[in-house]
Ligand binder design. Structure first.
Ligand code: CA
Length: 223
């Protein structure tokens, strides 16, 4: 899942990025409101953390612009502590949740999980498709044979993305956008390698190749 972090505090940014990566997000960052607004529209992130006090354009305006332009990704705003009016304004402008600074990183991760789940219409952290189960918290999968499968970071992100959109066909380019980060070397041919690894783990027919279009999870058999 791709996460956009818009925060001008460099120290906080560099503390959060490794944590978010460890939690399985492909993280992109912006340090001011203008860049943040642009990246939000450009990258179509799956979830956004937006500081409200930003240089060049404040976070509230950024959020308003996103919503005016139809961006529907879930947004968690970071507000000054005790600034209840900021929270109210933020929620009215279309934020999905807020967190007052300073906050505990565990709370940020839990809230991000919750707003992502809500936006995907899921009710828990387990995804299930065609006999494969994925525990997003533990980053652990279970194959159709019931065996637990440990996943590498990229395998996990790829599988989660596919399982969140199981009926869509995804091009290699699209998959690599959601699995890698901006500064990582992004080679869409490598996606093929990871697709094959997932097939080795979950069965050759778990992921179907649509010639000239991309990949799709196999259809679920009616229960
Ligand atoms: Ca700030």
């Amino acid at each position: 899942m791709k996460l956009l972090l818009v925060e001008d505090d460099a120290q906080l940014r560099s503390a959060l990025v490794p944590l978010l990566r460890q939690a399985g997000y492909a993280v992109e960052t912006a340090a001011d409101g203008v860049d943040g607004e642009f990246l939000g529209l450009e990258l179509e992130p799956d979830v956004v953390v937006l500081d409200l006090g930003l240089p060049r354009r404040n976070g509230l305006q950024v959020l308003q612009h996103w919503r005016q332009q139809g961006a529907r990704f879930p947004v968690l705003i970071l507000t000054a502590r005790d600034a209840w009016h900021e929270r109210v304004d933020g929620l009215r402008a279309g934020a999905d949740d807020y967190l007052g600074k300073p906050f505990h990183s565990a709370e940020l991760l839990a809230r991000l999980e919750a707003i992502s789940r809500r936006s995907q219409g899921r009710s828990d952290e387990h995804l299930s498709w065609a006999g494969v189960q994925l525990d997003c918290q533990q980053q652990l999968a279970q194959g159709p044979d019931g065996k637990a499968v440990a996943l590498t970071g990229i395998e996990f992100r790829l599988l989660r993305y596919l399982m969140l959109h199981p009926q869509q066909v995804h091009s290699k380019t699209r998959l690599s956008e959601h699995v890698y980060e901006e500064d990582q070397q992004r080679d869409s041919n490598v996606i093929e390698v990871y697709i094959n690894r997932l097939r080795q783990r979950f069965g050759r027919d778990f992921i179907v190749t649509r010639r000239g279009q991309g990949y799709q999870l196999r259809a679920e058999e009616p229960a």
